[in-house]
Structures are given as C-alpha cells and as structure tokens.
Design a protein around this ligand. Structure first.
Ligand code: ADP
Length: 150
C-alpha cells in the first residue's frame, strides 16, 4: 500500500524550513501532498494564487510531491487523498505545545491518522514565516529564507 502523507500548513510563505521537512519526508513516504490552508477568516499576506505556483516550482519534476489548496479540516483532506499520515515540523517547545494538542484532535477526527514529526534541521530552525512577513512588509530582503524567487 502506498504511504501517503499530508503536509498541511499556512505556508505564508513556504520557506526553506518547510522544503527541508518535505525533502526529508520523501525518505519515509511514497507521496507527500502539501496542503496550503486557505482560511477565509485568516488574512494571508502572500496570497494562495501566488504561493501555489512557487511551491510547485520548488518541487518541479518530482512526481512524489503534489501541492493543493484546501479550506477544510486537515483530517478530511487526509481522508480525501487516502493519506494515513500527517507530516509536521518541530522547531522548539512552542511548536511542541501546539502540535501536541492539534495531533490529538486530528486523531480524534480521523482515527486512521498518525502524525509524524520531524525535528527541524539546525540551519533552518530560526526560519519563521511570521517574521519573514514582517521583514518583507517593511522592504527587507528575505530571499535567503525562501527556496524560490518572489
Ligand atoms: P501552521 O499555520 O499550520 O502552523 P506553518 O506554515 O506555520 O503552518 O507551518 C507548517 C508546519 O511546518 C508546522 O508543523 C511548523 O511547525 C513547521 N515549520 C515551520 N517552520 C519550520 C522550520 N523553519 N523548520 C521546520 N519546520 C517548520
């Protein structure tokens, strides 16, 4: 049976830290679906229509990676794609606190679902989408944190 994982997130923007989690996840899974969360209540800085092609371009030529936008529960997205795994990255204890609760809820919503955490590679541990947004907003150069050109 194919091992399919969903890597869900806001990816606002998708960073080299996220790319690293996907590339390492490919050693564990046959296929990774990157689900770009599109929440009508949460204001995005980098629009979905801008981000999807950038992420697709990052993994161009790799047919093990698929990039989709979603506005649904992650647990439902997983069911839709026949994914039994959720892939998430952990940078620090703050991530852990949040990820711990969300993984319990996801398993409650979809009992087939197992969340797999990869600890961030040290060279990407400081990369944070919220900070990148702030820096970009005020005209700072964020190119070194992103795996594509904006
Ligand atoms: P969300 O809004 O769902 O938290 P994010 O786009 O911020 O989405 O993050 C998606 C996933 O990637 C989360 O599991 C997060 O902990 C992880 N992540 C974020 N930044 C990094 C990084 N620099 N290195 C490794 N994992 C990361």
């Amino acid at each position: 049976m194919e091992r399919i994982a969903i890597f869900p997130g806001s990816f606002d923007p998708f960073t080299k830290g996220h790319e690293d989690i996907v590339l390492r996840g490919l050693h564990l899974f046959d296929k990774i679906i990157i689900g770009v969360g599109y929440n009508s209540k949460k204001q995005r800085y980098f629009q979905i229509d801008t981000m999807l092609p950038k992420i697709r371009q990052t993994f161009a030529g790799n047919d093990q990676v698929e990039v989709v936008a979603f506005d649904d529960l992650t647990a439902s997205l997983a069911r839709q794609y026949g994914a039994r795994y959720l892939l998430r990255g952990l940078r620090n204890t703050t991530d852990f606190e949040y990820e711990n609760s969300i993984s319990q809820i996801n398993r409650h919503l979809n009992t087939e679902l197992e969340t797999i955490f990869l600890i961030t590679s040290p060279q990407y541990a400081h990369i944070n989408s919220s900070i990148i947004k702030e820096v970009h907003k005020y005209g700072g150069d964020v190119a070194e944190f992103l795996p594509y050109k904006l």
